[in-house]
Design a protein around this ligand. Structure first.
Ligand SMILES: *Cc1c(COP(=O)(O)O)cnc(C)c1O
Ligand SMILES: [Zn+2]
Length: 415
């Protein structure tokens, strides 16, 4: 059994609160409400958080430790120190889409090249304080990379479970860290169910996105904080976010709300858009149908990092999109490949399939008039194209193959 301290030292985190019925529970290794089985979320008692205090912090997510459920000494404990990735002004992409002001938050710059290092960083810090011994997860790929690397850095065991049809690049970039690594003959939703069952038996295993999910999820807030800080302490008008479970999207919104409440940015309206691949778009389908519940689907898309057919945060994504005047849209796999190419060719940023989904969705939102081309927009590139090479391999080839002679080059017509 995990040896959890009676009052875990988790910074400003004060309790766990049910997102469905509002019942509260003490901070601890809990994730489901005892009253209604709804998901638990962290509630806080923020101290005096100032721009200057944040700016004096390190160039990673721990500059926001006063807003996260982590021990105060997190800064001195081995972790992968993710975050503070670049926010790139994307004028060429903007021009090609007819948008006035566009930024790319490029989270491929994290230690294992996806936004998942943020959530794992927070989950690891909280899991250690809660007394867990092993860092584990079911994963669509990037989370496996991040968990295996973070556990290696922390000097603890990892145990990750992935669908066996995962991209070869993601298998290698997980196995290299040397933890326990199991491929499962099933899709992500099968792997996720198996992980919940294992978590029920191995109670000193922290499955970051299952039994420590309330802590894990808070890590995504740092994306929202960084965007606001990097824009010069203000919020964008519109943001387009890739959606798998929907955790990232809902927590970016939470981050913007917290910054407004803390007076760190001016209160203003902003619109949140979700991006999915048509081969796994249960939330976009519910949005378009006007439903409040999300009907699970069987994923079939090249965007494997987003291939969650039964998304845990689906209804909350619908809430955020509707409350802010945004939308959830989906794009075909062919459009995903075009999106990857468009981002690479206009901005020199090679995103993974999730980035392709986001760029293609942005294009579709402009075409359909749902997104205002004159309002300042941020999109998230959440992962690195080097991990999903097969998606673009057929369309990314050399211009010519020639003999090593000047004649051959001239004859190629490429001069
Ligand atoms: C996991 C993941 C997402 C989406 O995450 P959720 O919080 O589950 O919606 C987006 N992009 C990439 C690259 C991911 O790995
Ligand atoms: Zn409840």
């Amino acid at each position: 059994m995990a040896q959890t301290p009676a009052t875990p030292a988790l910074g400003p985190a004060k309790a766990l609160v049910c997102r469905e019925c509002g019942a509260s529970a003490a901070l601890g290794p809990h994730y489901a409400c005892e009253e209604c089985f709804g998901p638990l979320e962290i509630s806080y008692d923020f101290g005096d958080v100032t721009r200057a205090g944040i700016e004096a912090g390190p160039a990673n997510i721990w500059r926001y430790r006063g807003l996260l459920p982590v021990p105060p000494n997190v800064i001195d404990t081995p972790n992968t120190e993710p975050g503070w990735t670049r926010l790139v002004r994307a004028d060429h992409l903007a021009e090609s889409l007819g948008i006035r002001t566009l930024w790319v938050k490029d989270d491929s710059g994290n230690p294992t090249h996806s936004f998942k290092d943020r959530v794992v960083g927070v989950a690891l810090a909280a899991a250690r304080e809660l007394g867990f011994k092993v860092l584990a997860c079911p994963s669509t790929g990037n989370l496996a990379n991040a968990v295996a690397a973070a556990a290696a850095r922390a000097g603890i065991r990892s145990a990750v479970f992935v669908p066996s049809n995962l991209e070869e690049q993601k298998i290698i970039t997980t196995a290299v860290y040397g933890g326990t690594f199991v491929t499962v003959d099933g899709n992500y939703d099968d792997v996720n169910r198996l992980a919940s069952e294992i978590a029920g038996e191995q109670d000193d295993w922290a499955f970051v996105n299952v039994n420590v999910r309330p802590y894990y999820a808070e890590g995504s807030k740092t994306l929202g904080y960084e965007i606001a800080e990097q824009l010069g302490w203000r919020l964008p008008d519109q943001i387009v976010i890739p959606v798998a479970s929907g955790s990232q999207l809902t927590k970016i919104d939470k981050a913007f709300q917290e910054f407004i409440k803390l007076g760190l940015v001016e209160d203003k309206p902003y619109r949140v858009f979700g991006a999915q691949a048509l081969g796994c778009s249960p939330i976009a389908a519910a949005f378009k149908a006007g439903h409040d519940v999300v009907r699970p689907v069987k994923p079939d898309t090249i965007a494997k990092s987003l291939a969650i057919g039964n998304p845990a945060d689906g209804p909350y994504v619908l809430d955020v999109a509707r409350r802010t005047g945004g939308a959830v849209e989906d794009v075909t796999d062919a459009e995903v490949v075009e999106g990857i190419q468009l981002l690479a060719r206009t901005e020199g940023i090679f995103g993974e399939t999730a980035g392709g989904v986001t760029v293609a969705t942005l294009r579709k939102l402009v075409q359909t008039g749902l997104l205002d081309p004159d309002a300042e927009t941020v999109i998230i590139n959440s992962g690195d194209g080097l991990k999903t090479l097969n998606a673009v391999a057929p369309v990314a080839r050399p211009s010519a193959d020639i003999a090593p002679t000047l004649e051959a080059f001239r004859a190629s017509g490429l001069a």
